[in-house]
Design a protein around this ligand. Sequence first.
Ligand SMILES: Nc1ncnc2c1ncn2[C@@H]1O[C@H](COP(=O)(O)OP(=O)(O)OP(=O)(O)O)[C@@H](O)[C@H]1O
Ligand SMILES: [Mg+2]
Ligand SMILES: [Zn+2]
Length: 460
Amino acid sequence: MKGLKTVYICSECEYTSPKWLGKCPKCGAWNSFVEDVVSLEPQATAKKRVLADFGSSEVRPFSELDIPEYIRTATGLSELDRVLGGGLVCGSVVLLSGEPGIGKSTLLLQISDTLGKTRKVLYVSGEESEGQIKLRANRLKTAGKNLYMLTETNVEKILAATDKLKPEVIIVDSIQTMYTEQSNSTAGSVAQVKEATMSFIAKAKSEGISVILVGHVNKEGSIAGPKVLEHMVDAVLCFEGDRRQCYRIIRANKNRFGSTNEIGVFEMTDAGLREVPNPSEMLLADRPTDISGNCAVCTVEGTRPIVAEIQALVSPTSFPSPRRTSNGIDYTRTYLILAILEKRLGLRFSQNDVYLNVIGGLDLDEPAADLAIALALISSLTDTVIPDDLIAIGELGLSGECRGVANVSQRVKEAARLGFTKAVIPTRNFEHDKFECDIELIPIKNVYDVLKVIKNQPKK
Ligand SMILES: Nc1ncnc2c1ncn2[C@@H]1O[C@H](COP(=O)(O)OP(=O)(O)OP(=O)(O)O)[C@@H](O)[C@H]1O
Ligand SMILES: [Mg+2]
Ligand SMILES: [Zn+2]
């Protein structure tokens, strides 16, 4: 085409090069270049646009600034509201990302139904036909009051439709299918995704409309498009889970209006996503009993204690260097705990492959899970069963000491509620915390005490 040229753009920092490069000379990212088409004529209009109009541009003393009152709307799914920080904020832009088929469109159609009770919702789809959406809506039993549909990918046309309809919430499924006339690049390219997002953010901020953008993820699991996308929006929510299993977890990677620790748990059913207010019960549902290598732990996600089970499999290796695989547990943490057990207890993991897994696809990024990981590992190595009604909470230090962790009484309480009768906890918490539940507490000072827990158990 005349007036256009092909360039390669780094999807991390937007460095532009006339030829493809393996490594970005600006930000150092590998394999980050994607092909794009740009106009040879400079685009004056694109440069002039601003992200958001925040009202005044005067210099004001800090002490005189007003505290904004965020107006939040409940989405009807309290699990999602919790992750958002208490509901969808007016004028905010939320990016919802997730693997294909995880249920992004399903979630958004479900919430547009509830949002529709109080707000006018425009659902823009660039991926599915009206018929497909209607079919899904029927399956989800969406009433669709105050819900308007638009199948369109042209941002200018969408914004024009918005000016006419005056919705209070706009859902864009997905941002990668949108294109704006401001840029000559192809839909889905770095430049287009960025420009389209900017247009929606500008609309949201200037008119107080809440915008939810669906974002695809690429092979590596990050959001397809420029990294700046995540900086531009107010909140980035990730919808995760194993597609073959039915539960889904939603977490905030970024949130300007709430904490990022909270998670929301859902179950995918024929009738759509169902909230799981008691994730522990779900996670423990099919747990194997009376078998070595398992230990329960209670982690705290945001304000909620969640009991999960750690599984370890330690088996003699047939490789020159033994394998270490962990699912849901940080690699370095795994190596660290293995090293502590080798050094302090003289346990031989070096001739064994070690597989670790957290049941239910939960990510345990808390050191409070150390003790349970250690117990699961020793249990598998020695073929000793850890009682099913025992839960372990505590962090391990490099000298083998068991360090205190936060919220132990809250964790123990949740375990007691679920029927656990013994809790292995750090001595420090045992001595300093107040416990008001009916559970046997076993204080642990160091990794040597861990052996005592294991010692009197049957072999399996
Ligand atoms: N009866 C059903 N018919 C179709 N899908 C169903 C049904 N019951 C459950 N599902 C679930 O709905 C999922 C599709 O959800 P959805 O279309 O919302 O995903 P998505 O994240 O929007 O995917 P994409 O990235 O392709 O747009 C399926 O993967 C399946 O797990
Ligand atoms: Mg979809
Ligand atoms: Zn770069």
